[in-house]
Design a protein around this ligand. Structure first.
Ligand code: CTP
Ligand code: CA
Length: 231
């Protein structure tokens, strides 16, 4: 079904897709996490395999079976996701950051389980995680000066609740990516559901509106836009 109507426009292309949501450890048994299911990232990976790409899927805490034909690297935290994505991005043509990366992590990870003691609990202090997408954009900008700009296409995802276009545009510029897929949050869309709706913003060009539909369809449109940018 995925293969139906698919083209071979990604043959010989190396693509990296991150999926799922990172977990930031508090102690050996607890973490700060998010609601990302990994469904959209997995749909992107499956579709890219079907279109002939060599796919590395960096999966953060996804409870789904490995997509056939993709190399899967499983990670837990944002730091681990960064390592895996940056390593796979070396020599890759495309990187798609569909993972929900935690913006913050606990400053300190307790080595042993935090016990309930009399009185109020200790606060958990947070620190910022590295921005992987911005780092990819920055790395490419530097490489452009050296005449070897890659990855050729960098795609980010974002969920915005208000001022979708303005916030999306600002984020696209800030991250230095080529395409930003802005999910429309709410009305049972996005998290854990088979459907998605989005607006794809491009660094150069008009926004493309993707109506509500299966995540597989959105994946197909994203790869169409990516393929159109590959020389
Ligand atoms: N992202 C990333 N590293 C982070 C945070 C986000 O690579 N530390 C990537 C996500 O994978 C996504 C894109 O950046 O592709 C946008 O994520 P989003 O959370 O919308 O952006 P932020 O810059 O974190 O801004 P916000 O304050 O809106 O959360
Ligand atoms: Ca964020």
């Amino acid at each position: 079904d995925v293969l139906k109507g698919s083209t071979a426009d990604l043959v010989g292309r190396r693509v990296v897709v991150s999926a799922g949501g990172t977990r930031e450890a508090i102690d050996p048994v607890r973490f700060i996490g998010n609601r990302s299911s990994g469904l959209q990232g997995y749909a992107l990976a499956r579709t890219a395999v079907a279109r002939g790409a060599e796919v590395t899927l960096v999966a953060a805490n996804v409870g789904l079976p490995d997509p056939a034909g993709a190399r899967v690297v499983r990670v837990e935290s944002a730091i681990q996701l960064r390592e895996a994505v940056l390593a796979a991005a070396e020599g890759a043509d495309v990187v798609v950051m569909a993972a929900a990366v935690a913006d913050f992590r606990p400053v300190r990870q307790q080595a042993t389980k935090i016990k309930k003691t009399p009185g109020e609990p200790e606060p958990i202090y947070l620190t910022k995680n590295p921005d992987i997408l911005a780092e990819l954009g920055e790395t490419r900008r530097k490489r452009r000066e050296e005449g070897r700009p890659y990855p050729e296409v960098i795609v980010g995802f974002a969920a915005e609740t208000d001022d979708v276009l303005a916030n999306g545009r600002a984020k696209l510029a800030r991250k230095g990516c080529d395409l930003l897929v802005v999910n429309q949050v709410g009305e049972n869309l996005a998290f854990g559901t088979p459907d998605n709706a989005a607006i794809v913003l491009a660094a150069d060009g008009d926004p493309v509106e993707i109506p509500r539909g299966p995540k597989e369809d959105l994946a197909g449109i994203v790869w169409d836009l990516v393929a159109g940018r590959l020389v």
